[in-house]
Design a protein around this ligand. Sequence first.
Ligand SMILES: [Fe+2]
Length: 471
Amino acid sequence: MLQKLRRLELPPPRVLAFILGVFAIFLLLEGYLIARHGFRLPPSGLGWFDLLFWAALVFWSVRVEIRLPLSASMSHLFLFALALVVLTPPWLAPLWVFLFQYSGNTWYKQLFNRSQDALATLAAALVWGLFQSNPLYLGTLNLSAGVGLGLGAVVFFIVNTGLVTLIIHLANGTPLREIWKKNYGWLAASYFLLSPVALLLARAYETPLLGGWGGWTVLLFLIPLYYSRFYWDEKVRLEQAFDATLEVLMHALEAKEPETRMHSERVAEIAKDLARARYGDEAKAMEIYRAARLHDIGKIGIPEALLLKPDKLTPKEYEVVQSHTTLGAQLLKPAEKVAFGPVVYNVILHHHERWDGRGYPKRLAGHEIPEEARIVGLADAYEAMTAGRPYRKAKSSEEALQEVQDLSGIQFDPRLVELFTQLWHQNPLWRDREAYLKAKEGSVSRFTLPQLYLASDSPSPSEPDPRTSGE
Ligand SMILES: [Fe+2]
């Protein structure tokens, strides 16, 4: 695996300084290894053909890399780098990784990618060397190779993903945790399960099984390796497809009720902050954020005449509008198991339930209401109070907070009202509707990510859409 920096057009000085720093550290350590072990090409036991063969593998692995969501990509380079660590003197693997990868990026991205991969390989080579010079035994069993390579792989992973995460953070300010989670969190398991393959590749190369040359076995290994990258690719695509589906649904609703996008975005921001405060878990907060974006999706099935009616609704009409909860749940039912999961389903169906059991559609009360629906319900109510309608004046943020507090234990979960009050006093952008709209209109807002981030393959659902500015 190789994580790389992509699509960074002009590096800010601190990014450039970081790249040059990583390069300098690589040069220093590489120089130290060469001074210690002596430079000789080809090294003893290997010929020029062997070195060219592994150079070609390094080159190939980088050419078939796949892209990750947040300005990064990855490949199987780590397997060849680790196999080279096993086969060659410690200074050679980092040097080969540095010299023979080519990705077609601009010079400083290439310099960074080459340097950070080489550094990761160098760190793995040091760990490997440590276990070779200090063999580890369990009884009579020599564990040096297995443990040395396993720990080498861990060190490679940490240096590699750590440096890439840092530079993306430096370049566009995306929180470190978000980059790590989105790009690498899910990768670690498949990475570590694959790393023994590096040892197999090295041993297979040393012990020819076919036609008197170990390279044939290595080439045979490439077939399953090449196809295993499709699993990673699919995983990334699935996430992108999910975000895109969400956008499509929002566009469909927006076409009907133009105000809805702004409303659902603000509701989602409030719900995300509440969920983060409640669970302290970014992934859960993002799940609720997505659910909140979709909470009113059932309005697609409600006649426009009712949705846009300037006067108060009659009881009969109100009943029809209320059915957007059940309609929405029905609408997404086919995707419940494969794409959306129970959180989204619960939010859509239950966001109008009330703590006292007088809500709809199921008249659930208290803890019977799924917590995610209570969170979005509160966020939805606050946003609606501050928005106003032709027949109802908008409340100020202070009045709306007061109303939320007055309805604690009646309409809202008292515990969530407490959390909401704390958040409100921290003056989040969503607190004041006008300020929120303004921020969404302007090009720079708390939620706006820099241009290079926007250009990435997977639009974050929190990216503002310029069309929301017309409210
Ligand atoms: Fe609703």
